[in-house]
Design a protein around this ligand. Sequence first.
Ligand SMILES: NC(=O)c1ccc[n+]([C@@H]2O[C@H](COP(=O)([O-])OP(=O)(O)OC[C@H]3O[C@@H](n4cnc5c(N)ncnc54)[C@H](OP(=O)(O)O)[C@@H]3O)[C@@H](O)[C@H]2O)c1
Length: 280
Amino acid sequence: MSDSVRRFLLTGASGGIGSAVARELVRHGHAVVLSGRNERRLAALAADLLQRHPSADVGIAAGDLSGASGVAAVVAAAGQGGRALDGVVNCAGQSWFGHFEETPDSVLDTLWRTNVLAPMRLIQAALPLLRGRRGAMVVNVGSVFGSIGFPCFAAYSATKFALRGLTEALRRELADDGIAFVYVAPRYTRTALNEGAVEIMAAATGMNEDSPEQVARAIVAAIERGTRERVLGGPERFFVWLNKLLPRLVDKALGRQARQMRAYLNPSAVSLSIRTETSR
Ligand SMILES: NC(=O)c1ccc[n+]([C@@H]2O[C@H](COP(=O)([O-])OP(=O)(O)OC[C@H]3O[C@@H](n4cnc5c(N)ncnc54)[C@H](OP(=O)(O)O)[C@@H]3O)[C@@H](O)[C@H]2O)c1
């Protein structure tokens, strides 16, 4: 393996953005260990990657990351046989669109476990493998909603704020260990995460959108350049900046948008983005 070619453990590889990231990493010559719960999807993706790039180094480490034992098993599988790991891309995630007051406790629990505890545990478990590797890196896939608290996505926003805070703190804590921490915040992207009410609401309110392939290119560009933090979308970057400087202005704009969004929250339209392994 050449110096610039690295081996990444990629979570969420069975999903829309994750599978595009896997393709982009392999296209750049990197080795990848695909992780997700849906083994059938992971196997199909691995087969497709190997058909397109016969010399690619593609592995699978399937598992449910919502608990500590699942995370440990995935990291152990990625390092099996003493294989080195140069990077972790935390892309697995779940979302919820609805009134915070009506968000079931089970959803709060799932969001926190998947979007926050899983990356925390995964980073802890992977650090011994990453330490000492040249160009070692952790990439956390956040969201624009991790910088702008978004109405009707309060619990999801909270998890992405936490992930951004984790990335910043670890970048500082591990600065002497030579491990880079990258945070990439996509805007609305059409994937299974947004199927149903979110998709309808996004179209009706004119939300800007990227394809999973555009997001994947941005993530891999951030990896190649070692970018600290990247928010996708010019208007979204501006709003993130404005939210820091003049939050009351953003309160007003999003207050108006929240009134529009509520129309898409009737019980038949509420998006059930929380997925169990067998739900797709
Ligand atoms: N789509 C957007 O608009 C958008 C915008 C900003 C940020 N993001 C972020 O981008 C990331 C990828 O989202 P996506 O749009 O690609 O969603 P997606 O298509 O629904 O994919 C989600 C991925 O997360 C995995 N996952 C969920 N729960 C898991 C668990 N308990 N254990 C292990 N894996 C689990 C899924 O695995 P299985 O399918 O195998 O269960 C799947 O691979 C997420 O972190 C999301 O928050 C998305």
